[in-house]
Design a protein around this ligand. Structure first.
Ligand code: ADP
Ligand code: MG
Length: 797
């Protein structure tokens, strides 16, 4: 252990940091026994000594070594939660925050009011809470309320290796907060915990910590994992390959489902099944695995008894942060399914996080098919075989155009090793890689930090709200590119959240926040949506805007009936459901003016209808809605309503679950508010006379893209093709499709979005169009029609 003797001047007083007492914990004997087997227990003294002597400590240890569950307990026992302050632990995933708080409460034999959690919507924190697990977004919000985080005595940043944006920002902020606290005589500790050993971004970053914090490594008792590479060159059909074994790591929900379906088909409720194809099953699955035959590989060793289980979990929660909803991961990326084999048949299959840790029934084998969610945050005991497809589904953004797409890409070597490591926790294991060693050699060593891969407008707004004006100077562990920072700043200026820089005046990237920006920062949604909320108080539109924003930030509220079906029967069923869903969407799109609100009207109609029916599972099922999404929208509507009421103390908005449809004039107002928020996402239909190339047929031109974008066939405006539309985002699938389309009127643009316009004399250019040079809408200013007042309602802060 490297000790850091060179402690920052004046910030460190040993006496302050000494815990007062030893707080006994009354653990059950079996828990105590299990704890003693964890590698981290052997390091308790070393860790606690380092924590006592340093402001910040970095702790590295293999997944499953006991970091998350044990370190908070060490701190508790050492009295860090006994003199008023509490121990806070941040997790990038909601599911980890919840399950870890439950686990630690159980281990410590303490109620959930003492070891608690807080995630975006819910929590069980009480006045007695001593250990608080939370998502990183929750702590970031708390920093906005109290920069010194005075209620915390220790903050643990867990899973720092995942490099989620909020974790990165928190580390940057805490690198300043902790010395400040210690200087003020309010001692505080920071512990950064990471699974992999690549922590140089934190320790060697001079802007972050002037004195590199000590790094403590916990050696895990890892058993050998035999890695088997695929010898054939790239397997494209990797779900097919994976199916032959009992596999763990796939990339998304559709794949997980498809493999589970095939497994269920191969191991139905039928005894004494003969082996087929390359899946050989012996007399009883409880005694041996189906043999995996990866071409020339030897089969998996058979007869390992009950311990053979495959890992994986389902994350019941959409991934995503608590501050920023729209940019959260695709729900698809967090998925898993647990199957239990008994006597050659699948006796049960689960999809719930609590059940993951439950041992399968005696004589049965557990097999869980999961996405990368099972990679590090949770450790399921007794995993022995891992099958790794080597890929992950990630969201990619085009920095210039903002077009996003989900792509399946290769994982990093670090991820591959993490996945393999899951097989050797309790005894030697095997990892079957569905790719060759040459392919592995081409993987990048580590995954990129998320902050370098996505737009940062929400982060910039949050930082400005913390009065960090020069965001470029922020001590990011890995800084986002300056293009990303510039385009974020520009977007925020055009939304009115930041002051416009005087021409040729102030340097770029240091515009201060406006009162509107402060109001926007108080809403837990991305800046474009926050702007809509800030403008929602006109003509009673607020409840509708809240609903639209809530529905837009929850991905995929509609069931996908285009996914591949498992059987003919299923396929017929799905076709019927699809027809019903199409019909319902048409109904929800409404008539008259409301049709112009397009896909957003469909969202509004769907939520309204669903709530009217009591938001039941059955209603969702019958009408093509995802039940979980509808529940999330309901919670989010409540939360946004509270936020609106808190920002505008006189707003008095309340959640009326069963709201009446908006009136014609409200719809008009809603469209203008939407235009105000999505102004940079404007597109104009290409006119017949401009059709140079057939590829532009029915296409739309946007300011930034050279290629046409389209209205998706499932959109409410697919047939109408209005001249000007705004869209929520562009997703690239077979074509570039706009999602969440709403029609806007050309004459609103110069009035509502002058910053996006290039004005000309009326006679010169009577109809608005895109000016090819500036990429702006070229139009004249002679319009009279507008209703949205840009004067903000008085905001009391
Ligand atoms: P790390 O944070 O280092 O990855 P953890 O503290 O999460 O390690 O896990 C330590 C051990 O606790 C693991 O063996 C894991 O299987 C076990 N564990 C964690 N949560 C539960 C639970 N809910 N039920 C049973 N065992 C659990
Ligand atoms: Mg952990």
């Amino acid at each position: 252990v490297k000790k850091d003797e060179d402690v920052r001047e004046g910030t460190h007083k040993k006496e302050d940091c000494k815990p007062a007492v030893f707080i006994p914990v009354d653990r059950l004997p079996e828990i105590q026994e299990a704890r003693l087997r964890l590698p981290i227990l052997a390091e308790e003294q070393v860790i606690m000594e380092a924590v006592r002597e340093n402001e910040c400590v970095v702790l590295c240890g293999e997944t499953g070594s006991g970091k998350t569950t044990q370190v908070p307990q060490f701190l508790y026992e050492a009295g860090y939660a006994s003199s008023g302050g509490i121990i806070g632990v941040t997790e990038p995933r909601r599911v980890a925050a919840i399950s870890m708080s439950h686990r630690v409460a159980t281990e410590m034999n303490l109620p959930s009011g003492v070891v608690s959690y807080q995630i975006r919507y819910e929590g069980n924190v009480t006045e007695n809470t001593k250990i608080k697990f939370m998502t990183d977004g929750v702590l970031l919000k708390e920093i906005q309320k109290d920069f010194l985080l005075q209620k915390y005595r220790v903050v643990i940043i867990d899973e720092a290796h995942e490099r989620s944006v909020y974790t990165d920002i928190l580390i940057g902020l805490l690198s300043r907060i902790v010395p400040l606290r210690n200087k003020k005589g309010l001692p505080m500790k920071l512990i950064i915990m990471s699974a992999t050993l690549r922590v140089e971004d934190f320790t060697e970053n001079k802007r972050l910590f002037r004195t590199p914090p000590p790094v403590i490594k916990v050696e895990a008792r890892q058993f050998a994992v035999t890695v088997h590479f695929n010898k054939r060159t790239p397997v494209d059909n990797y779900t097919g390959e994976a199916f032959r074994g009992i596999l763990v790591f796939l990339t998304g929900q559709a794949e997980v489902h498809s493999v589970c379906r095939r497994l269920r088909k191969a191991f139905p409720y039928r005894p004494h099944r003969e082996h087929t194809g390359s899946v050989l099953c012996s007399q009883s699955l409880s005694q041996s695995l189906p043999r995996i035959n990866l071409d020339s590989y030897s089969a998996l060793p058979a007869d390992e008894g009950d311990e053979d289980r495959q890992a994986g979990i389902d994350d019941d929660y959409n991934e995503g942060s608590d501050l920023e909803l729209e940019l959260g991961d695709h729900p698809d990326s967090d998925h898993g399914e647990r199957l239990i084999f008994k006597n050659e048949k699948i006796c049960s299959s689960y999809c719930s996080i609590q059940l993951v840790f439950r041992p399968p029934p005696a004589g049965a084998r557990l097999c869980v098919i999961a996405t990368n969610v099972a990679e590090t945050s949770l450790t399921i005991p007794g995993v022995k075989y891992v099958v790794d497809c080597g890929r992950v589904k990630k969201r990619f953004y085009d920095r210039v155009t903002g077009v996003s797409s989900f792509k399946v890409t290769w994982i990093s070597q670090a991820s591959a090793n993490q996945r393999a490591g899951r097989a050797g926790r309790t005894e030697p294991g095997h990892c079957y890689r569905l790719y060759s060693s040459a392919v592995f050699g081409d993987f990048s060593l580590f995954s990129e930090a998320e902050i370098t891969r996505r737009p940062v407008d929400d982060l910039v707004l949050q930082m400005k709200d913390l009065n960090i004006e020069k965001v470029v100077n922020f001590p990011f562990p890995t800084p986002p590119s300056s293009e990303a920072l510039i385009s974020a700043e520009q977007l925020l200026i055009s939304l009115g959240a930041l002051e416009e820089p005087p021409r040729h005046g102030r340097a770029r990237l240091s515009c201060p926040i406006t009162p509107l920006g402060r109001a926007m920062a108080a809403f837990p949604v991305a800046p474009r949506y926050a702007k809509m909320l800030a403008l929602g108080r006109q003509q009673g539109c607020m409840p509708y805007i809240i609903t639209i924003v809530a529905a837009m930030t929850v991905r995929e509220i509609f069931e996908d009936y285009d996914r591949p079906a498992g059987s003919e029967e299923e396929s017929t069923k799905m076709a019927g459901k699809k027809a019903r869903s199409v019909q319902m969407r048409r109904l929800w799109a409404g008539q008259g003016q409301s049709v112009q609100l397009g896909d957003l009207m469909v969202l509004l109609g769907a939520v309204g209808a669903c709530e009217f029916a009591g938001c039941t599972h059955q209603f969702c099922e019958e009408n093509g809605l995802r039940y979980k999404a509808m529940l999330e929208i309901r919670r989010l509507r409540g939360q946004l309503t509270n936020a609106v009421n808190a920002v505008c103390s006189d707003a008095g908005v309340y959640v009326d679950n069963q709201m009446a449809p908006p009136t014609e004039s409200q719809v008009l107002c809603l469209r203008q508010i939407v235009l105000a928020g999505l102004g940079d996402h404007i597109a104009r239909r290409v006119q017949a006379e401009e059709l140079l190339d057939p590829k532009w047929r029915n296409g739309y031109k946007t300011p930034l893209l050279d290629d046409p974008v389209f209205i998706h066939p499932s959109s409410a405006l697919h047939k109408t093709l209005p001249e000007f539309v705004v869209y929520q985002e562009i997703m690239e699938t077979t074509k570039m499709y706009m999602r969440g389309v709403c029609a806007v009127q050309a004459e609103w643009i110069p009035k509502l979005l002058p910053q996006y316009c290039h004005f000309s004399a009326p006679e010169e250019s009577p109809a608005p169009w895109f000016c090819p040079l500036s990429g702006r809408v070229k139009c004249h200013q002679q319009s009279t029609f507008y209703r949205v007042s840009w004067k903000l309602p008085a905001i009391e802060m």
